[in-house]
Design a binder for this molecule. Structure first.
Ligand code: SF4
Length: 346
């Protein structure tokens, strides 16, 4: 029976060095191969041109490189690019490049489908099939960095974990991917340019604070009233706002870093003065800012963007209370690449 070859990128640098020593080669060979795998993002062993043919063959006999493949790439009229990414087992996730005048941001996926069940989100309809491995997350970033250089003549400037999946439900692999993205042996990006966006898993938010992570934290809040939030994000029943608040206070006490709240306003759901007052109160617990995000309807029409009047009311009340508020226009709507629309439709 043929033995299954191991994914070489599951090995740490030390393990790779040890492997070469066991093969009677020099540990240094492990460094060279590691550099090819991460910094140079080699897709095949044959790409490793400073490694001898025999060694490349030996690697081929023992390992695979489970590199992602961009199956289809769509470009929106506003410049947004959406990649449908095929994984080694045939499953597909999506990632998005969002260009603005000053930055290009990669929005990457962390799971195939999602563990959670937000009712306004297209991804929630795909059940969670599996977590992405660190290299599969890393590869999405590399693919978007290449596209940014190709189409916009500049490297990727920011990364948000806001694609498919709940990143804190795949915490260990997300952390390993970020370690590679920020390492000089990977892409050398500053963690300050990375934002992990969660629906709010209190235990893991506290763990992140304990782990002294250096990236930014965003929380998809959408309501600061438990009954309303549970209706639109049913897992709020398990992780109610009080637990979330306590975890965010812990995060701030340890990291001294502000939190961003992502917030969509829907007509008839969270567009009343009571909803606004609850948000203002919640924002005062921990230094924070609010990003109001334009909603992108998914096909069933159950959720609709609130009226301009309701949005203006949110903005005015937050500003009056000296809470920083930004309004995020949606990008890539014509190719279903906007927030909450990723559902492997292409
Ligand atoms: S909004 Fe995020 S956490 Fe909620 S179901 Fe969609 S992908 Fe999952």
């Amino acid at each position: 029976m043929a033995t299954k070859k191991k994914d070489i990128r599951a090995l740490t640098k030390t393990q790779l060095r040890d492997f070469f020593v066991k093969q009677g080669d020099k540990a240094f060979r492990g460094n060279q191969v590691y550099e090819w795998l991460w910094q140079k993002a080699a897709h095949t062993f044959d790409d490793m041109t400073n490694i001898s043919k025999e060694t490349r063959q030996m690697l081929e006999d023992n390992f695979v490189i489970n590199h992602i493949k961009v199956d289809t790439m769509q470009r929106s009229a506003d410049g947004t690019v959406k990649n449908a990414v095929r994984l080694h087992d045939g499953l597909i996730v999506e990632s998005v490049l969002i260009p603005t005048a000053t930055r290009t941001t990669a929005c990457v996926s962390s799971q195939v489908g999602c563990s959670l069940d937000c009712r306004f989100c297209a991804t929630a309809r795909l059940k969670r099939m599996r977590n992405l491995n660190p290299d599969e997350i890393y590869d999405q970033v590399v693919a978007i960095d290449n596209e940014s250089r190709l189409y916009f003549d500049r490297p990727l400037s920011n990364i948000v974990f806001m694609g498919m999946g709940e990143p804190l439900m795949n915490y260990n692999n997300v952390i390993k991917a970020i370690d590679k993205i920020t390492s000089e042996e990977g892409l050398g990006m500053s963690p300050k340019r990375i934002t992990v966006s969660t629906s709010g898993v209190p235990k893991i938010i506290k763990k992140m604070a304990d782990d002294d992570v250096k990236f930014n934290l965003a929380v998809s809040l959408h309501s600061a009233i438990d009954e309303v939030r549970t209706t639109i994000m049913p897992f709020n029943e398990t992780f109610p706002l009080n637990d979330l608040r306590e975890a965010l206070e812990y995060w701030y006490a340890k990291t001294k870093r502000k939190i961003s709240y992502e917030y969509v306003v829907w007509g008839g759901i969270n567009d009343t003065q009571k909803d606004i007052d609850a948000l203002v109160k919640f924002c005062k617990y921990v230094p924070s800012k609010v990003n109001i995000i334009e909603y992108n309807p998914i096909d069933d029409g159950e959720f609709q963007q609130a009226s301009n009047e309701a949005l203006e009311n949110y903005i005015a009340t937050l500003e009056k209370n000296r809470i920083v508020v930004n309004v995020r226009r949606s990008r890539g709507k014509d190719i279903d690449a906007a927030c909450g629309q990723l559902a492997n439709k292409s």
